[in-house]
Design a protein around this ligand. Structure first.
Ligand code: LMR
Length: 414
């Protein structure tokens, strides 16, 4: 009965903003959620997005189109996102896949929605076991568990400031049975690993993919930060390019899942704009059609069809070359500010280099602080960061950088 429902814990990221909002300290600083703020602490609309919005506003037909989108989203959006992901980001291997009709696609409610739909599909028909990096985005476990995964396991991704690829692969080799009838899924962060900001090198990725391919695992690529590493969105799709290189991996016989989002790289957070692409094996047109049909059924049963406005904005940006160029400039600008803040913090903190700070990139600064220190930071200084030791860099600006670094130094003083 209803009184047997237990209390769920607050969300490990968004729950902190609720606490932050209640904090009366005038010096409070919110470094929790991964939202890009400019040098004045504002969440602003990207210039490319603002121009796209004006064009949409000026177009009366689109402006009055409040009708439902199809279940798997707007066809224009699908076309342009597929082109962006599989032509522009993967020019050598992607076009062939599209031509062969091997990519099943649906518009989703951002990256979270893509992961939710993917996990529901997989758990229903393919696998209920997934391997997540340890550490990972705190919502990953939640999403897989809520959508039917009974086994959420972890591989050792990071230890003492470094990525531990050897340990990670040894762990998988000893734990995953390649002859088993069931397949295990593995979640890979495409770039800007959340929370550590540390990604394997291209050579390490090759080694990783060789192993997971050999073990018959199903890759689920979470590409929420495409562009936030190099400042150039297509360039950051190197993991996808590698996966799709047919001279290395003829195919992924159990499918390859790409969960992608425009929340961060277009600043469309609240509009919930993303996609799920399922790359199906060659010469199996029926598999692709069956996946299409299941995606429709899943989406229809949860939210019927996606919202329209944000995807119209993204479509406009992707489809007009002058907006696309502006978008790339916007991303580059955001990344240069993030790198600048990272550098300044690094200099001010003067921490011994226990962590591979120089190799960190993206939206976050991974500090390695322990929960006691993080609580002290919040209680004594009203500086809020997530309990995994992650700082959302863009919350830092000229007005608060000294205060934040002083507070960080004071709580880490031994
Ligand atoms: C984050 O990690 O802060 C972002 O991905 C936002 C979120 O939804 O958690």
């Amino acid at each position: 009965s209803i009184d047997k429902i237990p209390r769920a814990p607050p969300d490990r990221i968004l729950g902190l903003t609720e606490k932050f909002n209640e904090d009366r300290n005038k010096k409070k600083v919110n470094l929790t959620v991964g939202i890009y703020k400019d040098a004045w602490g504002q969440v602003t609309t990207f210039p490319s997005v603002a121009k796209a919005q004006r064009l949409i506003d000026a177009d009366l037909v689109l402006n009055t189109d409040l009708s439902y989108l199809p279940i798997t989203g707007c066809p224009d959006y699908s076309e342009h996102v597929l082109n962006f992901l599989f032509k522009e980001s993967c020019p050598l291997s992607g076009p062939k896949l599209l031509k062969e009709g091997r990519v099943s696609f649906t518009q989703t409610l951002s990256g979270t929605g893509a992961l939710a739909v993917a996990s529901k599909l997989l758990a229903l028909w393919v696998s209920q076991t997934v391997w997540l990096p340890q550490p990972s985005w705190s919502n990953h476990r939640n999403i897989f568990r809520s959508n039917g995964f009974t086994n959420v396991k972890e591989y050792p991704y990071y230890k003492d400031g470094r990525i531990t690829v050897e340990e990670w692969l040894d762990h998988l080799r000893s734990a995953v049975d390649k002859n088993s009838k069931t397949r295990d899924c593995i979640l890979l962060h495409a770039c800007c690993h959340n929370p550590t900001g540390l990604d394997p090198t291209k050579e390490q990725w090759k080694q990783i993919l060789d192993t997971i391919h050999e073990l018959g695992m199903i890759p689920i690529i979470d590409m929420a930060y495409q562009g936030l590493e190099s400042g150039n969105p297509p360039k950051d799709a190197y993991l996808l390019r590698l996966c799709l290189d047919e001279s290395l991996y003829k195919s992924w016989p159990h499918g390859l899942f790409v969960c992608q989002s425009f929340a961060k790289n277009m600043g469309l957070y609240g509009e919930r704009v993303g996609s799920l692409s399922v790359v199906t094996p060659p010469f199996q047109p029926e598999t692709k059609d069956n996946v299409d049909s299941q995606l429709k059924q899943i989406v229809r049963s949860i939210y019927s069809s996606p919202p329209g406005y944000g995807s119209r904005v993204a479509t406009m940006v992707l489809s007009k070359s002058f907006l696309k160029m502006q978008w790339y400039k916007d991303v580059e600008f955001m990344v240069s500010r993030l790198s600048q803040v990272r550098k300044e913090m690094h200099e001010l903190l003067e921490w011994p280099s226990l962590i591979d700070f120089d190799r960190q990139h993206g939206m976050f600064y991974y500090t390695g602080l322990n929960p006691k220190q993080i609580n002290a930071l919040r209680n004594d200084y009203s500086v809020y960061m997530t309990m995994d030791g992650r700082i959302s860099l863009s919350g830092i600006n000229d007005c608060n950088i000294e205060y934040v670094c002083k507070a960080l130094k004071s709580v880490t003083k031994t």
